[in-house]
Unconditional design. Structure first.
Length: 319
């Protein structure tokens, strides 16, 4: 009988031109024949995936097949998180991001070199199919719930984080790299750079937030602390609310709330967050918290939510 989420299953969302091919190659060494690939009509797609997904659209049956394997399994491919997220714990979802401008240019160069496209870069980056690909791949998933988010620009550090988080020891390799460009970033004139940025505003905003999150995760890793996934989701002058979870513990996270450097209260993240339940988060999504302020905040008030166990400040999108 199928049991979801898959206890020994991992999902790798391979966003094109973000070091994903190198990562997938290393995953194959770890999972062996337990690695399955969905790259659509590409030859990299596993035959059994083609049968279940491309031919029959039998998603539940495919998930059941994965869940019944008596070995660790990993699914890799070009798709959005939501396509297969119901089968996996969100702590076991993995992906890489990259500077959006550099990713667009690299994608164009790859398709020109490998697929033989002849259109100009200007035309390519104005095609909606290639705009904001990274944010479209994540969709509405709370990105700070995702177990592993690496950055192409910090590939070695990303692998260190992955190993510390779930024990997957990935060797560093570099496949699918344009050797003529490997030693330098792509350089453009200001007009073309502005064109690409203008068509990828969502990706630029997402990348800025995730880079901040990544650097915090790495700082916590090098100081030998355990990262707590969490975020502030609401901040008004009357209250603050959010969620927090230690992905490797069933215990609720305890937090101290500060306003302008002064402690105003302590909370336990044990309230139900129904909007997170669909993402297969731990504690059955009882990971929320809320605190009302006795004195309403001013416009300039600085609010900090600090994890008691490790001194980590929760991610705050309002800063």
């Amino acid at each position: 009988m199928a049991r979801f989420p898959i206890e020994n299953g991992y999902l790798f969302v391979h966003i094109p031109k973000t070091a994903g091919t190198s990562f997938r190659d290393s995953l194959e060494e770890i999972f062996g024949d337990g690695l399955y690939c969905d790259y659509g009509s590409d030859i990299a797609t596993s035959p059994i995936v083609s049968d279940y997904i491309q031919n029959r659209q039998a998603f539940y049956e495919f998930g059941s097949f994965l869940s019944e394997q008596y070995k660790p399994v990993c699914l890799s491919g070009h798709y959005s998180v939501k396509k297969y997220a119901p089968f996996f714990y969100i702590k076991n979802i993995m992906l890489f991001l990259r500077n959006p401008v550099q990713r667009v240019i690299s994608n164009y160069e790859h398709m020109r070199r490998v697929d033989g496209i002849t259109e100009s870069l200007e035309s390519f980056c104005c095609n909606p199919l290639y705009m904001n690909l990274q944010s479209r791949s994540l969709g509405r998933v709370p990105f700070n719930l995702i177990g592993f988010v690496g950055l192409q620009e910090y590939y070695r550090e990303s692998l260190q984080l992955l190993g510390s988080q779930n024990g997957l020891q990935i060797k560093e390799s570099f496949l699918n790299i344009n050797k003529q460009r490997a030693a330098e970033k792509y350089k453009l004139d200001d007009e073309l750079m502005g064109l690409i940025r203008g068509h990828n505003q969502k990706d630029l905003l997402l990348y800025k937030k995730i880079k901040k999150m990544f650097l915090q995760r790495y700082e916590i890793y090098v100081t030998d602390r355990k990262y707590v996934h969490g975020a502030i989701i609401e901040k008004t002058k009357y209250k603050i609310a959010g969620w927090a979870i230690n992905q490797n513990s069933e215990l609720p996270v305890e937090l101290v709330i500060y306003v302008d450097g002064k402690e105003v209260g302590q909370v336990i993240a044990n309230q139900y967050r129904p909007e997170l339940k669909a993402w297969n988060v731990g504690r059955q999504a009882y990971i929320g918290f809320e605190l009302g302020f006795e004195v309403p905040l001013t416009r300039d008030s600085i609010v900090e939510c600090i994890v008691v166990d490790n001194g980590q400040e929760l991610f705050n999108p309002f800063v």
